[in-house]
Every structure is written in C-alpha cells, then in structure tokens.
Design a protein around this ligand. Structure first.
Ligand code: SF4
Ligand code: SF4
Length: 496
C-alpha cells in the first residue's frame, strides 16, 4: 500500500527515540516558473539568492515584531520537543519544534546578532548555504503551522509564524512550493482552488438541488450569484464535489431553507480557502481576500457567513477586516464574518430547526477540533465557543457522541497531518506519519465507546482523513462533515 513504514498504533502514546535525518528526503515538488511569477515571485532560484534571502529576513524582522521576538526568546527548555505530531510520527529530531525553529534561527543569529557575527560557533550561528536552504525546504514543509507547540511553550513561541516566514523567504529567492502556489494562481485565474469555472459550478449546484428534491421531495435551493440576497456564503470549493464535504454543503442549504433567510454563493468568490497564509505572503493573502469584499459589494448582501474550513476561518476571523475591510456596508447587527456553526447553533437555540437525532443512529460520533479553529480563532460570544458550538450542534443532531482523550482535543488538539499546505500526494509519507497521534486518540474511543465516525469542520481535515485513515485500518468514509449530521437529522418544512 505504501513505500514507507506505517507507524504502529499504540495503546498509549509513546515518545519515540530520535532517528537523525530519517525525513530529510521528504520535500514537496517545486513550483514552476509561470506559477511563481503569477504570484509575484522570481521564477527560479535567483543568482544572488543568499543576499536576497538575508535581505528578506531583515525585512520580515522589521515588519513583524513577533518574528524577531520568537527568534530571540527561546531558552531551550525543551517543553515543545514532544508536542509536534510530525516528530511523534517520524522520530526525526528536526521535526521537534525547537529544532525546526533553529534551522532559521541559526542563520538569523549569524546575520542579525552581535554574538552570531563575531562568535558564531559559540551561539550556533551559521551562514546560509545551499545545504541549509535544502534543509529549510524539507523541514518547513513538514510543519502544518498548527500552533500546538506554542500552547506548551512558556514563552508562547509560535513555530507556525517562523515556518510561514521561512516559506516567504524561500518564495522570495524563487523556490516556492508547487501545491500552494499553483492553487493560489488558480484562484486568481478561475476563482477557486479546484479550477471549477462558473458554468461547471452552476451545473453542480443544480445537480445537488435535484438530488435533494429526489431524496426529500422538498425543493431546496443552492443559489448562485443572486443579487440582493441577505447572506453571502463563502465556502471551500471542496464542498462543491468532494465527499464528505458536499454533504455538509447540502446541510447548509437545508438550514438556510428552514431559516427562511435568503442566501447565495458567489462564482467570483467561490473559494473560502486562502493559501496565501500558508506561504506567509501578506500580499497574496490580501488579494485572495479582496475577492470576498468584491463579491459582497457586487451582490449587495447584508451578511457574510463562512462554511466549514479551518484555515479560512482563521483568516476570516483574525485578519479579514485588516485585509479587505472595512465592512461598514454590511448589517451591523451581525458579526463580520460569521461561521455557519454560529448561524446553525443560533437557530437551534431559538428552536427554529426540527432535528430528528435518530436519523444518525447508525453512527457513534466523535469530534476532531481543527487546529486553526481551535488555536487561532473563536466562535460565538463566550470564551472557548469554538469548542462548545460544534459539539452542541453535533449533540443536537445525534444520540451517540464521545470525545477523544482530553490531551488530544480543544486547544491541545492534534493536527490531521495535512494542514498548512501539505495536502498533496508528493508529501504522502509525512501526511500519514503526522496523522499518528490523532489516529491513536481515535482508536481509543473506538475501543472504549464503539465510535464509528469522526466529524470535522475543516475541508483539509476531511480530505486528509479520507486519504490516511485506511493506512491505519479505518474506513475512508468514517470522516463526516458536521453539517452532514445536521442534514441527516433536519426535518424539512416543519417550522414556519
Ligand atoms: S506548528 Fe504544529 S506542525 Fe509546526 S512545529 Fe509546531 S506542532 Fe509541529
Ligand atoms: S518550549 Fe519554547 S522556549 Fe522551550 S525550547 Fe520550545 S520554543 Fe524554546
């Protein structure tokens, strides 16, 4: 099945003995010239790349205060060493967060600190060589920017920020990652990560409407580009065709149908994902975000609601106003942006939906907190709402729910293994190995409580689990969308 060893699922998590360099070979394909250039980067490695890279590092140090603080403040306490799923799954010591940071820190010290300039050996400072650049390319693409390590660091050092900066520096010298950069280029050209043009999107939505009517006997609309609708829904393009994502999209449509609130999707902003964040590029993140503003203005909507996508919600919740605001043309009574979970949860609280939990009685559920939702955003008015709301929506839709062990959920959640721009076949080994801690936690509730399915609210998590679960003996369809559960349970036409 695989040309690499699949880690064994243990009853209790084990910290592996280190094996130097076992993942040095894992590197994603490099982006082609045309895709580099369409994002504003050099097409290939520039001649004076060492100088360009150091200048870029200096620019980032001046621009992002946190970047410099993170590089200066590590005391090598070791608290983060066993917190990364990629270290736990691979045993490569360069996948320990502190060691990953040091790949960049040692070059920073050599160029930007007194001790590093004059006594490099004393402080572990090194010049930027091709060998170092190769190590960066390998190991900064073995970080899903999940921020788990930062939860355990007494100084709050965020390796994700360092990883983003490293990728930005690599892009600036002409060594970008194929998967991320091609996807961003596709968004610019066609409007979404999949490259799904407007006529195909329209056909897909009409097909889904027919499917729902056939199954339920009720006409439920999935409107596209409807001017004057109340709500614009921005959702990951995976929701338009992939399983189990599409079942979640059907769930949103049914919820809107029952709410009586008009809504629309947009062919111009047919993508919630924003891979600009993964490559650390403010400019690209902004350009992708601006499509949402343009669509909202063009369609004249009053509210913007995001579908089930983890990093899109982080970008929306944390940065959208800075990137594409102000959103003073929207209804001030609603937060900008809103998550579909907040919308559905609110309807449930107000008894505006009828949910028949027994429709999901063929499943015993658990819930995977997605990293960017858990550690980089919030939902609803209460602290921890990002953990509470999805679980309350699930529990309102199913009869059987059990959480995984506490040290693997909420802010301690483990990444699915495919986040941060790693969801590509050329990184299959690191994806499978990085999923190990989550698979062990899942095995625990399968054995303790007979759990059959795991729900998630992130398009990347869903795609990643559908692909890697079979490596660990689980069925690929045991990952489900939260709104798929709502969709199964909702009784249409019951509320006025
Ligand atoms: S951000 Fe996540 S993937 Fe990156 S080093 Fe920290 S724990 Fe590992
Ligand atoms: S926990 Fe923080 S301070 Fe300690 S080694 Fe890791 S990054 Fe450095």
């Amino acid at each position: 099945m695989a040309d690499f060893d699949i880690p064994e699922l243990k009853e209790f998590p084990e910290i592996p003995a280190i094996q130097e360099g076992v993942m040095a070979h894992s590197k994603p394909f490099v982006a082609k010239q045309e895709f580099q250039e369409s994002l504003g980067f050099p097409g290939e490695l520039v001649d004076n790349w060492e100088q360009v890279a150091i200048e870029k590092m200096g620019e980032l140090k001046g621009k992002y205060r946190g970047f410099q603080v993170f590089l200066d403040s590590c005391v090598k306490c070791g608290a983060c060493t066993d917190k990364c799923h990629y270290y736990l799954g691979t045993s490569d010591p360069k996948n320990m967060p502190v060691a990953r940071q040091d790949l960049l820190r040692k070059v920073y010290r050599r160029n930007f600190t007194f001790a590093g300039k004059y006594f490099p050996k004393l402080v572990g400072a090194v010049d930027l060589t091709k060998e170092v650049l190769d190590d960066w390319y390998s190991y900064f693409h073995q970080c899903s920017q999940c921020r788990r390590c930062s939860v355990y660091c007494p100084y709050g050092i965020d390796t994700a920020e360092i990883s983003m900066a490293a990728r930005e520096i690599m892009d600036s010298v002409g060594v970008g990652q194929k998967y991320c950069n091609e996807i961003i280029a596709k968004v610019y050209k066609i409007g979404n990560n999949l490259g799904l043009p407007e006529p195909a999107l329209k056909n897909t939505l009409e097909g889904l409407e027919e499917d729902i009517e056939e199954e339920t006997g009720v006409t439920v609309r999935l409107p596209l580009d409807v001017k004057g609708a109340e709500v614009l829904v921005i959702t990951p393009s995976a929701d338009f065709f992939a399983e189990p994502h599409v079942d979640g999209l059907i769930g949103y449509a049914k919820v809107f149908h029952e709410s009586g609130i008009s809504w629309t999707l947009s062919s111009h902003a047919s993508e919630a994902a924003n891979f600009g964040m993964f490559i650390g590029s403010y400019e690209n993140m902004r350009e992708v975000s601006l499509r949402i503003r343009e669509a909202a203005l063009d369609l004249g909507v009053k509210r913007i609601i995001f579908g089930e996508c983890g990093h899109a919600w982080r970008v929306a919740y944390s940065f959208l106003n800075t990137l594409a605001g102000p959103f003073d043309f929207l209804d001030p009574n609603y937060p900008v942006p809103m998550h579909i979970m907040e919308f559905t949860h609110d309807l449930i609280q107000r008894d505006a939906l009828t949910l028949d939990k027994s429709a999901n009685d063929d499943m015993v559920l658990t819930y995977h907190d997605s990293c960017n939702v858990a550690r980089a955003s919030r939902m609803g008015p209460m602290p921890g709402g990002q953990f509470i709301l999805p679980r309350e929506v699930i529990k309102a839709s199913v009869n059987h729910f059990y959480d995984m062990p506490q040290d693997t959920i909420h802010e301690a959640t483990y990444c699915c293994g495919g986040g941060g721009g790693l969801l590509t076949d050329d990184l299959m080994e690191i994806r499978v190995k990085g999923a190990l801690p989550r698979m062990e936690a899942l095995k625990h509730v399968v054995e303790e409580h007979g759990v059959t399915h795991m729900a998630a609210i992130c398009a990347i998590c869903k795609s990643q689990f559908a692909k890697v679960m079979p490596y660990y003996g689980f069925e690929m369809d045991s990952i489900v969308s939260v709104h798929q559960l709502v969709s199964n349970a909702i009784v249409l036409g019951n509320k006025q």
